[in-house]
Design a protein around this ligand. Structure first.
Ligand code: CAA
Length: 248
């Protein structure tokens, strides 16, 4: 049985995911870093590029959109490691387009990956966390789930849904020593944001009072805090990290 505490991070190879893995690794966790099935080579390259050792970060192929696939893979995780102490639901993607032009596939892919994944990944782990009497679940939502965003009806709907899920699960787990929180990053220096057209990005930066993007490390540090023992009385909360772009 592994002696380190276990943290499972979905979408680990992305911009924010990578920073979260580094921070939780530095905090002493064994990090189970999930990636899409079929991306095994990319996962090995990522481990090397980030200089993660096998004792620090273990890759895990997980289709977060597959209910049965998640149930099976996470059962194996429990058999192998005995527990998961921290779950970070970070996997997510964008299919930005105006709603008039949006196809059902673009809607469905975003809802499936960003929202339905919470059911698939969290349920098998949540039950064990409640039984073990401790645990931290941290859901990565977005500023745009709170304020809405032109061109993101699908993404904003999924990200807002994550917040309702967070609050409900926080109530259901409050007496079990499990906390459930959300982190809502604003625009962050990641490949997802650099994929925006230059003029769109410039216009967005102009809407950020601090006039800069967040760094992935700034986001990761908040996850480290919410995962820590010090944050035991914080549950059902959404922590906004957006340079003042949206306050509520
Ligand atoms: N408000 C009002 N109108 C807007 C607007 C806005 N914010 N943005 C664009 N428009 C208008 C344009 O002025 C244009 O109007 P006209 O036709 O009258 O000139 C019209 O809408 C079409 O705009 P585009 O030329 O930009 O249309 P497009 O089809 O090329 O692109 C889009 C549409 C893909 C949605 C593009 O506007 C876009 O990328 N928007 C930004 C979406 C965004 O912020 N995504 C965040 C990605 S990062 C992320 O999601 C991480 C996170 O959590 C923060």
């Amino acid at each position: 049985m592994n002696e380190k505490r276990i943290a499972l991070v979905t979408g680990a190879m992305g911009g924010i995911g990578t920073a979260i893995c580094h921070k939780l690794k530095d905090d002493g966790y064994l990090v189970l870093a999930t990636h899409r099935p079929g991306k095994e080579t990319a996962a090995q390259e990522w481990l090397q590029a980030e200089s993660f050792t096998a004792e620090e970060v273990a890759p895990l192929a997980l289709d977060v959109c597959g209910t049965q696939a998640c149930a099976q893979a996470l059962k194996e995780v429990m058999e192998k490691y005995g527990r998961v102490d921290v779950l970070v639901n970070n996997a997510g993607l964008t299919r930005d387009t105006t709603f008039k032009r949006m196809t059902f596939e673009q809607w469905d892919e975003v809802i499936n990956t960003n929202l339905n994944s919470l059911f698939n990944v969290t349920q098998p782990i949540f039950k064990t966390m409640c039984e073990q009497g401790s645990g931290r679940i941290i859901n990565i939502t977005s500023i745009n789930g709170l304020k809405g965003q032109f061109g993101q009806a699908n993404y904003a709907a999924a990200k807002a849904g994550m917040i309702g899920f967070t609050k409900s699960l926080a109530l259901e787990s409050a007496r079990s020593g499990v906390t459930v929180n959300a982190v809502a990053p604003g625009y962050t220096a990641t490949p997802m944001v650099s994929a925006l057209k230059d003029e769109v990005l410039e216009s967005i930066k102009g809407q950020i009072p601090q006039r800069r993007l967040a760094t992935p490390e700034e986001i990761a540090k908040s996850i480290s805090y919410l995962a820590s023992d010090d944050a035991g009385f914080i549950t059902g909360e959404t922590l906004n990290i957006n340079g003042g772009q949206y306050m509520h």
